[in-house]
Design a protein around this ligand. Structure first.
Ligand code: PMP
Length: 313
């Protein structure tokens, strides 16, 4: 296969039928989103947000793109913006991984760090300030832009149905902006209303109640209910501890040769939990958003060395 642009490598990722013991002889299938060229599920979103900005007349060839991000969306946006030679400014809470921040800069983006204690809300506020001071700028704003769930509704969700020859009994996915979960869950319910939709959050995320606090699982967890959740049926919200998520991260490397990030570990822990409640031989589908390789600086495989400094999304 010869390609002319890395953008041609976005999407159509493999779906793995995990060869692990699942309660009730069920199967867990995981979408391997680390195989996108920027290394995560958010390459799909970056491409979609920039295209949508052009289509709506919000972007021209002189526009500066500004976006608050935990990192993966920043990498996806910077990749897409690069194709059009657009200047990109990404606003990132400072504790997010060194690797993700380095990749954003390598793609030519300018980074602005905000204090970790202010969480993603601090980054959103700062992005709006930068927008106000930058002529011809555009903030795609993944946290409220309907193009976010639409990305997954139109790309990843149909890929799942094309790959599987049987109905999906349960769909499990973590939520940061909520776009992945909302877009896919809506599509799956429309095609098979019995599919149970399960959203995953780390401890310290607010969906199951309780105050927001920091956690080590990176990429998921919310400080406010994602607006996209208004348009989708959620059957259950499962809260997974950092320890349970990181345990699955280690086991996937040891047993399956898969280098998954901590949000993937949380998704797998939740899938195993839900399998106990489902009938025999159920089909469970989940998403592994990125790889452990962008969390080496955070000692993802050595829990005892993990920093006590925590991220909040
Ligand atoms: N996992 C990782 C590693 C991520 O970077 C993100 C996006 N922040 C998610 C999960 C959650 O995706 P979404 O924003 O679509 O809820």
């Amino acid at each position: 296969m010869i390609i002319k642009s890395v953008s041609q490598l976005i999407g159509d990722t493999p779906l793995i039928d995990l060869q692990i013991n699942v309660p009730n002889h069920s199967h867990i299938y995981a979408k391997l989103e680390m195989f996108n060229p920027g290394g995560s599920i958010k390459d799909r979103l970056g491409q979609y947000l920039i295209q949508d900005g052009f289509n709506r007349g919000k972007i021209n060839d002189q526009t500066t793109i500004i976006e608050p991000t935990a990192g993966n969306t920043g990498i996806g946006v910077a990749l897409a913006a690069q194709q059009y030679h657009l200047k990109t400014i990404l606003v990132v809470p400072e504790k997010f991984s060194y690797e993700k921040q380095t990749l954003m800069k390598a793609l030519g983006a300018q980074l602005i760090n905000t204090p970790s204690a202010e969480g993603i809300k601090g980054a959103i506020k700062k992005a709006r300030e930068v927008e106000a001071n930058t002529p011809n700028s555009f903030v795609p704003m993944q946290f409220e832009n309907p193009a976010n769930p639409a990305t997954y509704y139109h790309t990843l969700a149909p890929e799942l149905l094309a790959d599987l020859d049987r109905p999906i009994d349960a769909f499990v996915a973590g939520a940061g902006s909520g776009g992945t979960f909302a877009g896919i869950a809506k599509y799956l319910k429309e095609h098979h209303s019995q599919t149970q939709t399960i959203v995953v959050e780390p401890e310290g995320s607010i969906l199951n109640g309780g105050p927001a606090h920091s956690h080590r699982t990176e990429g998921i967890g919310v400080e406010f209910v994602p607006p996209f959740f208004k348009n989708v049926e959620i059957d259950q919200t499962l809260t997974i501890s950092d320890d349970d998520a990181f345990k699955q991260v280690r086991q996937m490397a040891e047993n399956q040769g898969l280098f998954i990030g901590s949000s993937s570990g949380a998704a797998l822990a939740a899938s195993l939990k839900i399998a106990k409640e489902l009938p025999e031989n159920s089909t469970i589908v989940t998403v592994f958003p990125d790889s452990s390789e962008r969390y080496m600086s955070e000692h993802i495989y050595s829990p005892n060395e993990q920093s006590t400094e925590m991220v909040s999304r």
